[in-house]
Design a protein around this ligand. Structure first.
Ligand code: 3PG
Ligand code: MG
Length: 400
C-alpha cells in the first residue's frame, strides 16, 4: 500500500493548506489534559509551514452530534497548539464551522499563519459525509492534507468526501507524516509479521472487541485475553464469576471464537487467576482467586500473578506484539499490577511492539515505559480496524 504523501504535493509556497488533524483530546477543567495527539501532528504542521504555506487546521472534539456544544469548543486546543508551535493560532468560537467570517479569515491567511476551525462535528454534515459540507470546506484552502489517523475509520466529510473532492478537481491531497507513519507501522502487523505474533487484548467489554478477536484468530499465533472482557469467556463455559462484568448475550460468539482458535491452532489464553474484591475502590479488601471461582458478592478487577507470569512467558517468545486494552482497573493502584506486568513484559521484549487505545497508552505513560514500545498509535478504534485488515475510508482515498 502506498499513500500520497507530503512530497507528492509539489510546491506549497503561498498556498493555503487544509490539515485535518485528530485533536479529539481529553479535557479537564477546560484545559487539554493530554496533548499527545497535538504533539503527534507537529512534524506535518511544521513541514508544511516551512514550505511557505499557511494552515487551515481542523478537527472534531468529542461527540456533539451536529450541534453547537459550548463544552466542545476548540478554544483549549487552540491555546495548546499555539504553545506547541510557538506562534499565534487564530481561533474564533463560531456557530457554523464554515460561515462568512471563517471564509474571510481563511482567505486573508498569509504564509506562516495558522487558523483553527471550530469543532467539525458542530455541523451535521461532517458525520453524514455530506458532499455539500465537504465542498464548503474545500473552498477554504488550495491543498488538502490528512494527518488524523484516529479518524480514518470514519466515513466523515473531512476525511472521506473532502479529499475525494480535491482529487476529483485535480487539486493536491495527501497523507501527513503522522498518518504515513501509522500506516507504515501497522502494515507490519498485516503484511508478513515476524512470528510468533502475539496479541494482548483487554478492556471492559468483549462486545467492543469481538470483530478484532474474529479477525486476529486468522492472523496471530497467540491471543492473550485479560480485563473484564475475559469473564464473558469464563462464564460462557460455566465458570463462577461472582459479580464480575459479563455480557451473556455474547456467549455464543465467544464460544465460537474459542472453537475457531482451536481449529486454527491459535493459542487463545484466558486468565488462570484474578484479583477479586467486593467493590472497585482503593480501600477494598482484595484477594487472588482462580478465575472460575470468584465468590458471590465479589468481582474480578485484575488478572492475578500467575496469569501475569504466564502471559509474560508467551510475550517473551514473541517477535511481533499488539496490545490494546488494560488487564484490570489500573487507575486504582490495588488493581494495577496486571496491566503493569503486561506492559513491562512487552516493553522488555525485543519484538516489534504496537500499542493502541487511550487506556493502554495512559497506563504506559503512567509507568514511564513509552521508550520500550516500537509504535504507540494515536488511534484506538482506527488502529484495531486497520490491523483487522479492513478498508478504511480515510486511507483508501489517499492510496496511489
Ligand atoms: C477517537 O478518539 O477515537 C477518534 O478521534 C475518533 O472519534 P470517535 O470515536 O468519536 O469517532
Ligand atoms: Mg473512538
Amino acid at each position: 500500500m502506498r499513500l500520497r504523501d507530503l512530497s507528492d504535493l509539489g510546491d506549497v509556497a503561498g498556498k493555503r493548506v487544509f490539515v485535518r488533524v485528530d485533536y479529539n483530546v481529553p479535557l479537564e477543567g477546560g484545559e487539554v489534559a493530554d496533548d499527545a495527539r497535538i504533539r503527534a501532528s507537529m512534524p506535518t504542521l511544521l513541514e508544511v509551514l516551512k514550505g511557505g504555506a499557511s494552515l487551515v487546521v481542523a478537527s472534531h472534539l468529542g461527540r456533539p452530534k451536529g450541534q453547537v456544544k459550548e463544552e466542545a469548543r476548540m478554544a483549549p486546543v487552540a491555546g495548546r497548539l499555539a504553545e506547541l508551535v510557538g506562534g499565534a493560532v487564530e481561533y474564533e468560537p463560531t456557530d457554523g464551522v464554515v460561515d462568512e467570517s471563517v471564509e474571510r479569515r481563511c482567505a486573508a491567511l498569509r504564509p506562516g499563519e495558522i487558523t483553527l476551525l471550530e469543532n467539525l462535528r458542530f455541523d451535521p454534515g461532517e458525520e453524514k459525509n455530506d458532499p455539500v459540507f465537504a465542498s464548503r470546506l474545500a473552498g477554504l484552502a488550495d491543498v488538502y492534507v490528512d494527518d488524523a489517523f484516529g479518524c480514518v475509520h470514519r466515513a466523515h466529510a473531512s476525511v472521506a468526501a473532502l479529499p475525494a473532492l480535491f482529487l476529483e478537481q485535480g487539486r493536491p491531497a495527501a497523507a501527513g507524516r503522522l498518518l504515513e507513519r501509522e500506516v507504515a507501522a501497522l502494515s507490519r502487523l498485516l503484511e508478513r509479521p515476524d512470528r510468533p505474533y502475539v496479541a494482548v487484548l483487554g478492556g471492559a467489554k468483549v462486545s467492543d472487541k469481538l470483530s478484532t478477536i474474529g479477525a486476529l484468530v486468522d492472523r496471530v499465533d497467540a491471543l492473550l485475553i485479560g480485563g473484564a472482557m475475559a469473564f464473558t469467556f469464563i462464564a460462557a463455559e460455566g465458570g463462577e464469576i461472582g459479580d464480575s462484568l459479563v455480557e451473556p448475550d455474547r456467549f455464543e460468539e465467544v464460544l465460537a471464537a474459542r472453537r475457531r482458535a482451536e481449529e486454527a491452532g491459535v493459542l487463545l489464553q484466558l486468565p488462570e487467576d484474578v484479583v477479586a474484591a467486593a467493590e472497585r475502590s482503593l480501600e477494598a479488601k482484595r484477594h487472588t482467586v482462580p478465575v472460575g471461582g470468584v465468590p458471590r458478592g465479589e468481582m474480578g478487577l485484575d488478572i492475578g500473578p500467575r496469569t501475569v507470569e504466564e502471559f509474560a512467558r508467551v510475550i517473551a517468545e514473541a517477535k511481533t506484539i499488539l496490545w490494546n486494552g488494560p488487564m484490570g482497573v489500573f487507575e486504582l493502584e490495588p488493581f494495577a499490577a496486571g496491566t503493569r506486568g503486561v506492559a513491562a513484559a512487552i516493553a522488555g521484549s525485543k519484538a516489534f511492539s504496537v500499542v493502541g487505545g487511550g487506556d493502554s497508552l495512559s497506563a504506559i505513560k503512567k509507568l514511564g515505559l513509552e521508550e520500550g514500545f516500537s509504535h504507540l498509535s494515536t488511534g484506538g478504534g482506527a488502529s484495531l480496524e486497520f490491523i483487522e485488515g479492513r478498508q478504511l475510508p480515510g486511507v483508501t482515498v489517499l492510496e496511489v
